[in-house]
Ligand binder design. Structure first.
Ligand SMILES: [Zn+2]
Ligand SMILES: [Zn+2]
Length: 424
């Protein structure tokens, strides 16, 4: 992933879209002449920094092996205990699905579904889609091939096993005062599953699968490329559907600005109850302790857990607010046609996309705490309705980042601005 950029090797050819080897950058539509990239190096757009070609050896069968390993690891990671605690002399085990089902039974079905989707369904669908795409490629089934690649592309941002593992660690720290903690075999399964799924996502390139289906060079007769298929990454002339993958073609995502504004506005409204209403309720010895996000952070500071307080504060308060402000800033600049700092706005866009999933952490912690601490009168833990509002904020901000078309950022970019940007 971190292989050095070879942008200097790429020659930008602004007015040569007639040439057969040219393709358009999917981030900013800059026409770029294809050159041979050294093995193992990735290539990035010299203007906006979007990855154009993925480095590494393009072995598709390696992906298949990793996907099968992941699918096998789903069994130990989901059906064995990942952690057990001894509370009041009783051993309480926790498996990943048990937290979800407790949430659903306690009247929080949507929260349970969100956690199940991010921790299990999305990784499972991505791994199965890799299997289906290989099978379809082998036997030439176009429709399952196309849709399995769409699933991979869409759901890979929703795989949140890494967030879940950090949440397990945080829950352990929170519970260490109340009980003894034991690590179960499920945790090893989860860690292995996380390692292999990260490897899978970092290796998978949808463009490479479409190259295996039919090569870009087979379309070398195409001239006047002025639209880039964002699904299979083939640059081509204007039309209704892509000549290779049949996906609808458009220069910009339809209604991208309106959709993103609508989602951002809804998220900005939902962030108020998410911070005012308690997100968790702990009952100890008949005492009822209601915690909002802020009071939860404050009580962590009071119990000298500064590290965890900082992580929760950043993930639950800073990240959602920064995402809303960052996307709103990009949208305002697009609408005001601001002519400077395009590259900075693109960096904000990349950061917002990458950082989004970490705000789910607090919800994962709640689900883990619920499985472990639900022992009737002496110690009881339930989520508050603030957690539902917070889940809504997380989903809406993630959807907002996905609905924004990054090419809009570069719409009013001229080469005159380039020299200004370079001087910064
Ligand atoms: Zn670009
Ligand atoms: Zn296509």
């Amino acid at each position: 992933m971190t292989s050095p950029s070879v942008t200097q090797a790429l020659s930008t050819t602004k007015h040569q879209s007639e040439s057969s080897s040219v393709r358009l950058c999917q981030g900013c539509e800059l026409p770029i002449d294809k050159v041979d990239i050294p093995l193992g190096k990735s290539a990035y757009c010299p203007r906006c920094g979007t990855q154009l070609y993925r480095g590494g050896t393009p072995s598709l069968s390696g992906n298949l092996a990793i996907a099968i390993t992941c699918l096998l690891l789903f069994i130990p990671s989901h059906f064995f205990d990942f952690i057990s605690i001894r509370l009041i002399g009783v051993m309480i085990p926790a498996t990943l699905p048990s937290g979800v089902f407790t949430l659903m039974n306690e009247g929080f079905p949507l929260l349970g579904l969100l956690i199940l989707f991010c921790s299990s369904i999305a990784p499972l669908l991505v791994c199965s889609s890799v299997l289906i795409s290989h099978f379809s490629l082998r036997f030439g089934f176009f429709t399952p091939f196309r849709y399995s690649l769409v699933i991979i592309q869409t759901l890979k941002h929703w795989m949140m096993l890494d967030v879940f593992l950090v949440s397990v660690a945080i829950s352990c720290f929170k519970l260490q005062d109340y009980s003894d903690i034991f690590v179960g075999p499920g945790l090893i399964g989860l860690i292995l599953l996380q390692l292999f799924s990260v490897l899978l996502v970092s290796r998978i390139s949808v463009r490479r699968y479409w190259e295996a289906w039919s090569k870009e060079s087979e379309y070398s007769f195409i001239r006047n490329k002025n639209v880039h298929c964002h699904n299979c990454h083939l640059s081509q002339p204007d039309g209704h559907a892509c000549v290779r993958c049949h996906h609808a073609l458009y220069h910009r995502k339809p209604y991208s600005i309106q959709k993103t504004w609508a989602l951002l506005f809804a998220a900005a409204v939902a962030i108020v109850p998410a911070n005012v209403i308690p997100i968790s309720i702990l009952i100890t010895n008949g005492q009822r302790l209601e915690d909002t996000i802020i009071s939860g952070v404050a009580s962590l500071i009071n119990s000298d857990m500064y590290g965890i307080a900082a992580i929760i504060f950043i993930a639950s308060i800073v990240v959602p607010v920064a995402k809303i402000l960052g996307l709103a800033y990009i949208l305002i600049c697009i609408q005001m046609k601001r002519a400077l700092y395009h590259r900075q706005r693109m960096t904000i866009y990349f950061i917002v996309k990458w950082v989004g999933k970490w705000s789910v952490m607090d919800l994962f912690v709640i689900s883990i705490m619920m499985t472990l601490v639900d022992r009737g009168q002496i110690l009881n833990f339930t989520p508050g309705y603030g957690a539902v509002a917070f889940g809504v904020v997380v989903v809406l901000t993630m959807l907002a980042a996905e609905s924004l078309d990054p090419r809009l950022i570069w719409d009013n970019y001229t080469s005159k601005d380039e020299s200004v940007n370079e001087r910064q």
